[in-house]
Design a protein around this ligand. Structure first.
Ligand code: KIV
Length: 272
């Protein structure tokens, strides 16, 4: 059992802010289904993100854009049923909050009511400020997401490191302060220079969770299927693989196929 698991029975948005003040690093992983979420929660992860990366990982789409609000609610409800300790944050999918603050609030309310998730995450800075405020005013905790924001992939054109140029870095710093002032409880910073991420983490009192943002932030997030090595074509520098499940699963499944073909499964003990 991790130290964090002993100390905190249930993680809330306040726990995360306390963790930052106590200089305790925050662990966050994605999950999209009941079985995986149960393992992730019992292993002591602080925050489970029902990411719109489900669009890639679960549905095989090239980008995060196609996943719908209904599909996000389905994934989030499955995760919530498994979780006893972690804070469950749910991504608002592309198209569910960009048009106007009223629609953003309607989408966030559907997530909270229909999935039982604890908070929502939204990509963007000043351009979605009014929507963030409206959702926060309804009592729904919001996590920001700056840097590489995959919902805008067609605007960027690539998944390379963001905010290397001064102008974009300055805008990102301003956006982070705006998100804190608006009332967000945390921010994900994706794929930006480590020095910039550290500066942002030091300039705000809410937790900064990095993915490809270096070691100067308050916590880390990875996509579960990537860190377990279930995916193997995606190899960014920031990704640490803790297992090679792609290989282990392929070996086990091909062994099962062989056993069935040669009538070795089931044996006498495996039948009634
Ligand atoms: O959808 C997702 O998995 C995310 C993480 C990459 C932070 O937003």
């Amino acid at each position: 059992m991790s130290i964090a698991k002993k100390e905190y029975k249930r993680i809330t948005v306040k726990t995360l802010v306390d963790m930052k003040s106590n200089k305790e690093k925050i662990s966050m992983l994605t999950a999209y289904d009941y079985t995986m979420a149960k393992i992730v929660d019992e292993a002591g992860v602080d925050v489970i993100l029902v990411g719109d990366s489900a669009s890639n990982v679960m549905a095989g789409h090239e980008t995060t854009l196609p996943i719908t609000l209904d599909q996000m609610i389905y994934h989030a409800a499955s995760v919530v049923r498994a979780v006893q300790r972690a804070l469950v944050v749910v991504d608002l999918p592309f198209g569910s909050y960009q048009s106007d603050p009223k629609e953003a609030l309607r989408s966030a309310i559907r997530i909270m009511k229909e999935s039982g998730g604890h908070a929502v995450k939204m990509e963007g800075g000043k351009e979605i400020k009014e929507s963030i405020k409206r959702i926060l005013n309804a009592g729904i905790p919001v996590m920001g997401h700056l840097g590489l924001t995959p919902q805008s992939i067609y605007k960027f054109g690539t998944y390379t490191v963001r905010a290397k140029e001064e102008q974009e870095a300055e805008q990102l710093k301003e956006d982070a302060i705006m998100l804190e002032k608006a009332g967000c409880f945390g921010i994900v910073l994706e794929k930006i220079p480590a020095k910039l991420a550290r500066e942002v983490a030091e300039s705000v009192s809410i937790p900064i969770i990095g993915i490809g943002a270096g070691d100067g932030v308050d916590g880390q997030v990875l996509v579960l299927h990537d860190m377990l090595g279930m995916t193997h074509e995606f190899n960014p520098r920031f990704l640490r693989r803790y297992m090679n499940l792609y290989e282990d699963m392929t070996l086990s499944i091909s062994q099962y196929v062989k056993d069935v073909k040669k009538s070795d499964f089931p044996n006498k003990e495996e039948q009634y």
